[in-house]
Design a protein around this ligand. Structure first.
Ligand SMILES: O=C(O)[C@@H](CO)OP(=O)(O)O
Length: 247
C-alpha cells in the first residue's frame, strides 16, 4: 500500500516580498501569495490529489494558504489540526531584519551559516524585543519549550514528535495528508523523509505555494526520492529564487 503526503509551503508573505527574516512573526499573505495558494489547490484538484486531512502551523500564512488551496480543490471541509511544532523556524534576533542588509553587514559565510547551516542558530531574541513571541497568548502553554532562536536541528527535534504522534497515524489509516507549513519546517520534514545529510540539506530550498507530492511505502520511505512537484518547472524556478534571497 502506498501512502500519499502533500507538502505545501505557504504562498508569498508580506515579509517574503519585503525580503525580511520572518520566523515566528505572524505576517499575512500578499495578494500574489493568495493567488499562489489558490493555484496550488487547483494543481491538486487537477492531479486528483485530494487531501483527507490537513496539518498546519499556528501561523496565518500557512493557515490561510491551506484554506485557499483546499477551497480551490473543493476540500475546504476536511478536518484540520494545528500545532506550533509545524511553525517556521524561529529566526532569533534576525526576525524583522532585512536579508540584503544582513548579508552586507555580516558577510556571505555568516549569512549562510545562519540561513542554511544545520546546527548554527542565530543569536537569541530578547523577550521584550519588538518581534518576540514570548508574550503571545497562543504560545502561553509552551513554558520552557518556547524557542528564542532555532537552527534546523532544533526544528527537527520539535517537529518529529508531532510527525510521529499525529501525521503518521493519518498516513497509516490510508488518508491523503496535506502538511501546509513553512520553508524551514518543511525542509526539516524533507530531510527526515529523504535521509538527506546534515551538509546536503543546506542546498535544498522549498518554493512558496507549490504542492510537493510524496508517495511513501509501508516503511514511510519515498518511492520517488525528493517527491514530485505538481508543476516541476515553476517549482524549480521558484526554489532558485528562494536560494538567492538577499542578493
Ligand atoms: O524568513 C524566514 O522565516 C525564512 C522563510 O521565509 O527565510 P529563509 O528562506 O531565509 O530561511
Amino acid at each position: 500500500m502506498s501512502h500519499t503526503l502533500v507538502l505545501l509551503r505557504h504562498g508569498e508573505s508580506e515579509w517574503n516580498a519585503k525580503n525580511l527574516f520572518t520566523g515566528w512573526v505572524d505576517v499575512a499573505l500578499t495578494e500574489k501569495g493568495q493567488r499562489e495558494a489558490v493555484r496550488g489547490g487547483e494543481l491538486m484538484r487537477d492531479a486528483g490529489v485530494l487531501p483527507d486531512v490537513v496539518h498546519t502551523s499556528l501561523q496565518r500564512r500557512a493557515i490561510n494558504t491551506a484554506c485557499l488551496a483546499l477551497d480551490a480543490a473543493d476540500r475546504h471541509w476536511i478536518p484540520v489540526h494545528r500545532s506550533w511544532r509545524l511553525n517556521e523556524r524561529h529566526y532569533g534576533a534576525l526576525q524583522g531584519k532585512d536579508k540584503k542588509q544582513t548579508l552586507e553587514e555580516f558577510g556571505e559565510e555568516q549569512f549562510m551559516l545562519w540561513r542554511r547551516s544545520f546546527d548554527t542558530p542565530p543569536p537569541p531574541l530578547d523577550d521584550d524585543a519588538e518581534f518576540s513571541q514570548a508574550h503571545d497568548v497562543r504560545y502561553a502553554g509552551l513554558g520552557d519549550e518556547l524557542p528564542r532562536t532555532e537552527c534546523l536541528k532544533d526544528v527537527i527535534a520539535r517537529f518529529l514528535p508531532y510527525w510521529e504522534s499525529s501525521v503518521v497515524p493519518d498516513l497509516r489509516e490510508g488518508k491523503v495528508v496535506l502538511v501546509a507549513a513553512h520553508g524551514n519546517s518543511l525542509r526539516a520534514l524533507v530531510k527526515h523523509l529523504d535521509g538527506i545529510s546534515d551538509d546536503d540539506i543546506a542546498g535544498l530550498n522549498i518554493p512558496t505555494g507549490m504542492p510537493l507530492v510524496y508517495r511513501l511505502d509501508d516503511d514511510l520511505r519515498p518511492t520517488v526520492p525528493g517527491g514530485e512537484y505538481l508543476d516541476p518547472e515553476a517549482a524549480a524556478a521558484a526554489a532558485a529564487a528562494v536560494a538567492s534571497q538577499g542578493r
